[in-house]
Design a protein around this ligand. Structure first.
Ligand SMILES: C[S@@+](CC[C@H](N)C(=O)[O-])C[C@H]1O[C@@H](n2cnc3c(N)ncnc32)[C@H](O)[C@@H]1O
Length: 251
C-alpha cells in the first residue's frame, strides 16, 4: 500500500481543484463530483436518519464527503481514515476552517477503526487493493446490524472499463511510465461476497460513461446524459466505468 499512499500524497496537491473546478473537462474529475453528490443524496434522502449514529469513511481523501454530509445537516459522529498523510492533513485543515465538532480525520485504514458504524463509506478505494474481496470483507466487518455500506468499485462487467484498461496499458508501454494498478471486480463477486457476510443489496447506481483518457467536454456531456437516463438501467452494467453499491447488514 506504500505506492498508493505515496501516489495520493503527491496527488493531494491538486485534489482540491477536482472538487472546486466547476468546468472541468476531465471525466474522472466529473466522476468524483457525481459520486460525492450521489452519496449525499442517498444518505440524506434515501437512508433512514442516522443523526445519533456513527459514520465511517475509509479512504476519506481530503474529507469532503463527510464535511458535505455535516454541512447538509447530518449530525452523526464521523470518522475518516486514509493511508495518505497529505490527504489527512488537507482534511484536518478543512475541518479546522469550518470548525465542525465530532468529526475525526486520522491516518490509517480499516484496522484502525475501533467503532461499529451505522454507515460505512468507501469511495474510489477498493480498486487499489489486489485482494479486493478481503478489502470489501474488512469494510463489511465495520458495519453494525441494520447498518449500511456504500462503496464504489471499478465495473468488472463493463466493456468500456476493459477498453480503458487495455488503452492505458498500451500508453504505459509506449511512454515507459508505470501506473499504480486499479483493479475491477465483477458484480456477481461483489454480490456473493456481501450476501455471504450477511448483507442485502439495496441499490446499485452506474456512474461514469466514457473512457476518460484525455480531457473532453463532449465526453463529459455524454457522461452527464447517460447518468441522467441510464444510471439505474441494467444495460449500464456493460457500459459504466464505475458502480456505486448500497448494502444493508441484515444478519
Ligand atoms: C481516489 S481517492 C478517493 C478519496 C475520497 N474517497 C473521495 O471520494 O474523494 C482514494 C483514496 O483512498 C486512499 N486509500 C487507498 N487504500 C486505502 C486503505 N486501504 N485505507 C485507507 N485509505 C486508502 C488513498 O490514499 C486515497 O486518498
Amino acid at each position: 500500500m506504500k505506492k498508493v499512499s505515496e501516489l495520493f500524497d503527491s496527488r493531494s496537491k491538486k485534489y482540491n481543484d477536482i472538487y472546486t473546478d466547476a468546468h472541468s473537462k476531465k471525466l474522472l474529475h466529473q466522476e468524483k463530483k457525481v459520486r460525492a453528490e450521489t452519496v449525499k443524496e442517498l444518505v440524506i434522502n434515501y437512508l433512514p436518519p442516522i443523526n445519533n449514529g456513527i459514520v465511517v469513511d475509509v479512504g476519506c481523501g481530503m474529507g469532503n464527503v463527510l464535511l458535505n454530509l455535516r454541512e447538509s445537516g447530518l449530525k452523526a459522529e464521523m470518522y475518516g481514515v486514509d493511508i495518505s498523510k497529505e490527504m489527512i492533513r488537507l482534511a484536518n485543515s478543512s475541518l479546522n476552517e469550518v470548525g465542525y465538532e465530532n468529526i475525526n480525520f486520522t491516518i490509517g485504514s480499516i484496522e484502525d477503526i475501533k467503532v461499529s458504524a451505522n454507515l460505512v463509506l468507501s469511495l474510489g478505494v477498493a480498486g487499489y487493493h489486489h485482494k479486493q474481496a478481503e478489502f470489501l470483507a474488512g469494510l463489511s466487518s465495520l458495519v453494525d446490524t441494520n447498518g449500511y455500506l456504500i462503496f464504489s468499485t471499478a465495473n468488472g462487467d463493463s466493456f468500456l472499463r476493459l477498453t480503458r484498461r487495455y488503452l492505458s496499458k498500451i500508453h504505459s508501454y509506449i511512454t515507459g511510465k508505470k501506473k499504480v494498478e486499479f483493479s475491477s471486480i465483477k458484480d456477481k463477486h461483489v454480490e456473493s461476497l456481501l450476501t455471504n457476510n450477511g448483507f442485502r443489496a439495496q441499490k446499485k447506481i452506474y456512474i461514469t460513461f466514457g473512457l476518460g483518457l484525455f480531457a473532453s467536454s463532449i465526453e463529459c456531456s455524454i457522461d452527464r446524459w447517460f447518468f441522467k437516463n441510464f444510471r439505474n438501467s441494467f444495460i449500464s452494467k456493460y457500459l459504466s466505468l464505475t458502480v456505486l453499491y448500497v448494502y444493508k447488514r441484515v444478519d
